[in-house]
Ligand binder design. Sequence first.
Ligand code: AKG
Ligand code: FE2
Length: 204
Amino acid sequence: MVSQLSEAVLDVIADALVDKGYLCLSEVFPAELTDALRRCLLEEELRPAAIGRGAEQQLNRDIRRDKIRWLETHYEPDSHYLDLMEQLKQGLNRRLFLGLFDYESHYALYEPGAFYRKHVDALKGSQNRILTTVYFMNPDWQPGQGGELLIYDETQQLLETVAPTHGKLVIFLSERFPHEVLPTKVRRASIAGWFRVAGSRHGF
Ligand SMILES: O=C(O)CCC(=O)C(=O)O
Ligand SMILES: [Fe+2]
């Protein structure tokens, strides 16, 4: 399975990042890939997500309750997804000169009752994480089931309520947009990822 992000899609993404700093796109990746990613997430072992870095790292069930697994290239769906993200990186670097250098990403499973409180993905000024991506794999999601991703601006005004529907990709500038995952009533699957610039430290 080989897929290509078209120049037209890359143009749309680059334009939205310049205009608004974020965007949501549906069905940019093949449906078989979305299904395969979900299967791969559910088949492999996950660990409770941690917050903080190095020695400060702590499990904080008040802040987030998802379980995660970092993507690894030896899994076929992971490798395919990472290949698409590499295309995204190159396409955005060509258009916006962001100097995106590497990408880290993890699967996240939110079991019923799980959430992720409002946070920003990048430490201000650290150049740690530049661009966040979130991809949803929830074929049966219905309104009323919760788990929406809320995106705020820097003054904490709500900008967007994003339904976590199958095959939706959300991209935003990591430092600029506080966001949260509302408590979900059903199993909710996603992949969160971050592009970083060269020389930045690994992890959050
Ligand atoms: O799964 C999501 O909708 C976003 C998760 C998130 O914000 C994160 O992992 O930093
Ligand atoms: Fe986040």
